[in-house]
Design a protein around this ligand. Structure first.
Ligand code: SF4
Length: 373
């Protein structure tokens, strides 16, 4: 099989791994870039956006993850790219200015360390032989040794080890071969230590991803775990990938308990991104994210509006005098609009939210929860 054909197969298989920050809406993160079939538009963990070449090194896997179409008992066309092939193909794109970064992930060939060795070999060729200094995101394979992780950190701009599930019991429904604490939690803690401020690999970002809806996890489990990943392990970004029904083992909870509306799983993924935004950007505490009785986020309204609906005593907020934090509690008002309100009211009375540029649904929402006097 030639390199281009392998790349078509392997790049296609990498599309459900969102740890490279390919956006939060369906259109964003499952779209291919205009410049080529496997170039993805991406926002980078450290800020900014780029176009990256995203591919698996191999889709041959010894593991048994029940949500994954590449698991070891599946009959699919398998292939592997050599480190030289990956480095060569990427540099062709980089020289033509079609790709500005590489996201390299892989199924597990033989063992975690063997796979990491192949991936870091590709990165070493790029950094050494080609003198490439740009963005490289390397997947950390669950179960990798400390030495293999340190080597990846010495070459990468960002790394990700996918946590997949928020707790051991949910994780155990997804894989019998991987161990949650040994293969996921311990290496993530090691990466956090090595990339902490003042440490050797401080410049390297760490991200991760949850599979949403494959197991019996609730949104509150995922949000609580996300909170811990940011606050205790200092992750740069957490991503959520809705489980694609039909790809996994038919006995998975996510296959047996199908939602009445198939689109609900993507709405659920979107709500988790909204909760994540409130945690990261608004610095909301865990108790500010409100759940339904079964632990799910509302599918009808976003988490910020849910908080407003359950706290009528807090509203209406006075636009003329409220603090920035209070303004940010108003559904429809984000950091930019809050800043505009504060700036405008220093000079003049705000007669209407239209005066500060709010329109449409956001105007309708915010007007219900605020007063101008
Ligand atoms: S390790 Fe698991 S998720 Fe990754 S390719 Fe193998 S079976 Fe799929």
């Amino acid at each position: 099989m030639d390199t281009q054909r392998k790349l078509e197969i392997l790049a296609d298989a990498s599309r459900y791994d969102l740890s490279c920050a390919c956006g939060t809406t369906d259109d964003d993160h499952r779209r291919r870039g205009a410049g080529g079939t496997w170039l993805y538009p991406a926002s980078l963990p450290g800020g900014g956006t780029s176009v990256i070449l995203k591919t698996l090194l191999s889709n041959s896997c010894v593991n048994d993850c029940r949500y994954c179409p590449l698991r070891n008992d599946q009959d699919c066309r398998r292939c592997t790219l050599g480190p030289e092939e990956i480095a060569g193909v990427f540099m062709d794109y980089a020289r033509q200015r079609k790709a500005f970064g590489l996201f390299l992930t892989s199924a597990v060939i033989r063992s975690p360390d063997y796979t990491m060795d192949r991936m870091t070999a590709a990165a070493e060729i790029l950094r050494g032989k080609f003198g490439y200094r740009g963005y490289i995101h390397l997947k950390i394979i669950p179960g990798s040794s400390d030495a293999a992780i340190a080597k990846a950190l010495s070459l990468a701009s960002a790394v990700s080890l996918n946590v997949e599930a928020p707790k051991r019991s949910a994780f155990e429904t997804l894989s019998k071969m991987k161990d949650f604490d040994r293969d996921i939690v311990s290496p993530m803690k090691l990466i956090s230590r090595l990339t902490a401020k003042g440490n050797r690999y401080e410049r390297v970002k760490q991200t991760t991803q949850f599979i949403v809806g494959a197991s019996n996890e609730s949104d509150s489990d995922i949000v609580r775990a996300t909170f811990g990943l940011y606050r205790r392990l200092n992750l740069n970004r957490v991503y959520f990938s809705a489980y694609q029904r039909g790809l996994g083992d038919p006995s998975l909870p996510g296959e047996r308990n199908r939602p009445a509306n198939p689109g609900d799983v993507l709405t659920r993924e979107h709500r988790l991104y909204q909760a994540d935004f409130l945690i990261r950007k608004y610095k909301w505490d865990m108790e500010d994210i409100l759940f339904e009785a079964d632990g799910s986020l509302s599918l009808e309204v976003d988490p910020k509006q849910r908080w407003a609906q359950r706290h009528p005593e807090f509203f209406p907020v006075r636009l003329s005098s409220a603090s920035r934090d209070a303004l940010l509690r108003i559904p429809g008002i984000g950091p930019i609009t809050a800043g505009r309100i504060i700036k405008t009211r220093r000079q003049a009375h705000i007669g209407s939210l239209k005066d500060i540029g709010l329109r449409g649904k956001r105007l309708e929402k915010a007007s219900k929860y605020s007063v101008t006097e």
